[in-house]
Design a protein. Structure first.
Lengths: 277, 732
């Protein structure tokens, strides 16, 4: 399990800056990590004073804030800073659709998410006051990254003081190998589903064996739906506070045209999302 | 059940299936002849389709009680194919059309292998209704002239309809004796069809109406032949023409036009209509099956395809599943596939033994059967049914109907789809909702407390219904299922209709299927199939139309002696006293069920403010107690999410009940009073019931299970829990 030492936040002087920054500072303190702020643009005294006023209102940081001012393309600057500063966690704010309770990731943030070398936390509703994180949903896909992802979610749970984790295994239609078309195949499918569920739970159990989950209640839940998408739906239905997911393996141009896995989530964020690299 | 047993039951049920197969064949014989004639093909081609269909589909098909044969939906398509491909020569056109039939059979087999059985769901139900009505009008328009003895009426459907008054006048004035008598027989036959169901004579009802027509007209011929001095007044061209040696004279398809555009068009329309007709019929027949089996649609489509190929090569029409004959089969106690097989065998017997007699049937008699069929497809009652669902459905229905009549079936159904979509866009005033979400997988299913919970997002209409369907089909019909549309902005008529069908199927098989999350939606009519648009959050419909859930709640309220108020603006003044609502703002309370002490209600509340706002709808129970209680919360051990507002208080364990302490998390301010309050009886009650989240103030209890709307069944359980708990507390 990778510890989180350094957190990066992009600073844009938008109305959302204050809640974004407050949220980042809180997270940094919870992890006892160093916070790095990057602003893509010129350094000016006006901007500096604006930043200072906000910082004064916020809770004091355990470790001082490091600010970087740099000109360039936002995507490149942030990605380069991630590498240069060996950042462990990148925090990005999501956008909200007008008048709708739907959130999505803007095009710049989306590009960054795809290419980021570190884990990315997408916040849909940063707030000045702390909202406790009560329920984390994490994917339990059969994937070599899953172990790390589950580990990270436990790290977050312990640092954010969250007491409930649901590990979701998505069982896709393809895995069933049976198409239900009559009573016989339905019975068969139900049996296979049950088997798959047991198999998946077994797999998650092996991962959990090495993790100390003493005062966290852990639930495993199988869901049936489209892989990578339904977990978001589930997080929304169950109103989780944080959704933790594997980073996608490789994304080509086709994946963006025919979105799958993470792309679905990015186009419609159900809640705060952590993508683990 | 072992294999041997199944075989044994199958064999023991053969006698009654032979009988029902016989009854069906009595209908299939005249209908087969008539449908073929109406299609412009030789009469025998309809019988060939029924025989091949009955044999092939009963052996390799995937359904149980369906009857297969020539379908009435195809009449219009095949007639136009024969006319267009034949260029005036009907027989040559028939040979070309046989080739189109063979190829459509091949396409059906491919569709079956690709599991495209769900393709039928893509058509909005009102558009299909409109198309079927158009087919009905098409059959009616052509056959009414034949029924009146005029074999030469020609023109488009509209022309033919306009000629009807003229046709009636001509019939009365006609100098042609043969045509006049044929017309009289036609009208009598029509009267038999119309009044058959009204005559309650047991012996009369033994023979189906179409067979009566055959029997009477053949009988009339023999009367003239044997007893009367005058000759039979109907000329030979007004009678059915069957080949002299039926076994030796099969027509063979002519593949000469296979690459021409009109041929391809014919293949497409034939395949489209054949598959739609079969799919609709299979779905409908499954509802009739006394043994509640589910048909394997794709397997059936494959079998129908193969049967169509064979039938086409032998000079027969398309083989489709037919609803009317299938329901006759079920009504006569047919309960397995052998009925279909025997119906085919009886047809073979009829054709071989009674060919001479069959040749005496006047065409007008058969046309009368078809006029009746056509009328039933397009009857004004269907129009009324559609209007009941909503005026927008009527627009879809009429547009599809008129376009189909004026142009062709394919244009008609395409326009129907487009109009449906356009109406959905107009109702929602939002095209992006559809464009952006149409390919997204919008259905989530998981099991929770042994129930299947299905949540649907964004919108649910004919466009993406297959996604919902494939999930719902995986739920055993004996289980309990809850479909939640609360994340949906729009649900259309096709989906609502299907939800109703599922509810019926589950009910029949002992399961339970419930739709929730639509109570805040607006709908155009009271019909259960009416489409529903979810209202913006703040608007409260004062006098809306009750959803099915609300109606069931109303019914349940009477059962359990609670009073019910759907649109109560009663602001629950006591709710904010509960710790649970300290941080949550109550927007509205609806569907209130109450008796003296307990109130069950749906509450909509929001968490957080501004952009962090989340709107939640949940069902809860509020118990008013007279006894003073200590403040406490009681939860399942391990559920930490609810108790945040009580942080700082630790779990109170009651030593005398280790099991209770292990399973429940009890906390509160004054530990002493809580310990006193939890008597043995109360603890036993909690131990032996479902674990809810319970929160108490001095004068009331708040009980909730999941933070979502409850199904009616869950509400009932909640009410029962509430009144029992209240009784125990009052005793303490």
């Amino acid at each position: 399990m990778k510890k989180i030492y350094k957190i990066l936040i992009g600073i844009a002087f938008s109305p959302n800056l204050k809640p974004n920054l407050f949220e980042a500072i809180r997270i940094a303190n919870m992890f006892n990590a160093e916070l790095v702020g990057v602003h893509v643009g010129e350094k000016s005294t006006k901007k500096e004073t604006a930043l200072d006023t906000i910082l004064k209102e916020a809770e004091p940081l355990n470790k001082p804030l490091k600010t970087i001012w740099q000109l360039g393309k936002p995507v490149d600057v942030i990605l380069e800073t991630c590498k240069a500063e060996s950042i462990d966690l990148l925090i990005l704010g999501a956008l909200q659709k007008e008048n709708l309770l739907k959130y999505y990731v803007g095009s710049i943030a989306r590009k960054i998410t795809r290419k980021a070398p570190c884990s990315t936390l997408l916040l849909i509703k940063p707030s000045v006051k702390r909202r406790p994180c009560k329920h984390i949903v994490v994917n339990g896909l059969k994937d070599k990254k899953t172990k790390e992802t589950i580990n990270t979610s436990f790290l977050f749970a312990s640092n954010l003081n969250c007491k409930k984790i649901t590990i979701v295994e998505e069982i896709s239609q393809e895995e069933l190998h049976v198409n239900v078309h009559d009573d016989k195949s339905l019975r068969k499918a139900t049996i296979i589903k049950e088997k798959l569920k047991i198999r998946e739970e077994q797999r998650v159990k092996t991962i959990l064996k090495d993790i100390n989950c003493a005062d966290i209640s852990v639930i495993t839940q199988s869901i049936f739906g489209k892989r990578g998408y339904s977990i978001g739906h589930y997080a929304k239905v169950k109103r989780a506070d944080l959704l933790v997911m594997n980073a996608p393996s490789k994304l080509g141009i086709l994946d963006r045209i025919f979105p799958h896995d993470i792309e679905y989530i990015l186009s419609e964020l159900p809640t705060d999302v952590l993508i683990v690299k | 059940m072992t294999q041997k047993n199944t075989l044994k039951t199958f064999l023991s049920e053969i006698p009654k299936n032979i009988f029902s197969g016989f009854v069906v064949s009595l209908i299939a014989l005249p209908l087969g002849l008539g449908l073929a004639l109406a299609s412009g093909a030789p009469p025998i081609s309809g019988i060939i389709a029924a025989i091949v269909g009955g044999i092939v589909v009963s052996i390799i098909g995937g359904s149980h009680v369906t009857i297969t044969g020539p379908g009435n939906g195809l009449v219009v398509v095949i007639l136009s194919a024969i006319t267009i491909l034949g260029n005036g020569d009907m027989y040559q056109g028939y040979l070309f059309t046989l080739a189109a039939i063979v190829i459509s059979g091949i396409l059906l087999v491919i569709l079956g292998f690709l599991r495209m059985g769900s393709l039928g769901d893509f058509f909005p139900s009102s558009a299909i209704q409109g198309m079927l009505a158009a087919i009905g009008i098409g059959i009616f328009a052509k056959q009414i002239h034949v029924m009146l003895g005029n074999l030469n009426a020609e023109g488009s459907i509209i022309d033919l309809l306009l000629q009807v008054p003229e046709g009636i006048v001509n019939f009365i004035k006609t100098p042609d004796n043969s045509a006049f008598y044929a017309g009289v027989i036609g009208i009598i036959s029509l009267l038999i069809m119309v009044f058959y169901s009204k005559i309650r004579n047991r012996y009369f009802q033994l023979i189906p109406a179409p067979m009566w027509i055959v029997v009477l007209s053949v009988g009339m011929f023999y009367y003239f032949d044997l007893f009367s001095t005058t000759t039979y007044p109907i000329a030979k061209e007004q009678l059915i023409n069957l080949p002299n040696d039926i076994l030796a004279s099969f027509a063979f398809p002519d593949f000469g036009k296979i690459y021409q555009a009109e041929f391809i068009g014919a293949v497409i329309s034939i395949t489209l209509i054949a598959s739609i007709e079969s799919l609709l019929s299979i779905k409908a027949v499954d509802k009739l099956d006394p043994l509640k089996r589910r048909s394997n649609v794709n397997k059936d489509i494959r079998a129908l395809g193969l049967a169509t190929i064979i039938s086409g090569f032998l000079g027969g029409l398309n083989v489709v599943t037919v609803i009317a004959r299938s329901s006759v089969n079920v009504n006569n106690k047919g309960n397995n596939r052998s009925a279909n097989f025997f119906h085919a065998l009886f047809l073979v017997a009829f054709i071989l033994l009674f060919a001479t007699e069959l040749r005496k049937i006047p065409l007008s008699a058969l046309a009368a059967i078809l006029v009746f069929t056509g009328y039933k497809l397009a009857s004004p009652e269907n129009l009324k049914k559609v209007l009941n669902i909503g005026s927008e459905q009527l627009i879809i229905f009429l547009v599809t109907l008129l376009v189909t009549i004026a142009t062709s079936l394919i244009t008609g159904i395409l326009i129907g789809i487009i109009v449906t979509f356009a109406i959905h866009v107009i109702i929602n005033k939002n095209i992006l909702l559809f464009v952006k979400n149409v390919i997204k997988p919008n259905v989530l299913m998981f099991r929770e407390d042994g129930k299947y919970y299905v949540s649907v997002k964004n919108f649910s209409s004919f466009l993406n219904y297959t996604k919902l369907k494939s999930k719902l089909n995986q739920i055993p019909e004996t289980a309990e299922a809850i479909v939640d549309f609360s994340l949906c902005d729009f649900v259309d008529h096709s989906v609502m209709e299907n939800m109703n069908n599922y509810a019926e199927t589950f009910e029949r098989n002992g399961g339970h299927f419930e739709v929730i999350g639509l109570d805040d939606s607006k709908s155009g009519s009271e019909h259960p199939f009416a489409l529903r648009k979810i209202l913006p959050k703040q608007i409260i419909p004062l006098e809306g139309i009750l959803t099915k859930r609300q109606k069931s709640i109303q019914k349940v309220s009477e059962e359990i002696h609670y009073s019910y108020d759907a649109f109560s603006d009663l602001e629950m003044e006591e709710l904010p006293n509960f710790g649970y609502f300290k941080t949550r703002k109550i927007d509205k309370v609806s569907n209130v069920l109450s008796n003296e002490a307990c109130t069950i209600f749906d509450v909509q509340f929001s968490e957080g403010a501004m952009i962090a706002k989340q709107v939640i709808k949940a069902t809860m129970l509020h118990i008013h107690t007279e006894a003073q209680m200590p403040k406490f919360t009681l939860d399942r051990e391990g559920v930490f999410e609810y108790i945040l507002h009580f942080t700082g208080y630790k779990d109170i364990d009651i030593d005398a009940h280790p099991d209770f302490s292990k399973r429940f998390y009890l906390s509160g301010k004054s530990e002493e009073r809580i310990r006193d309050f939890f008597t043995d009886e109360l603890i036993l009650f909690f131990e032996s019931n479902k674990q809810y989240h319970i929160e108490a103030t001095n004068v009331g209890l708040l009980v909730l299970s999941n933070e979502r709307l409850a199904s009616v069944k869950e509400m009932k359980a909640l009410a029962y829990f509430g009144s029992s708990l209240q009784k125990i507390i009052e005793k303490c």
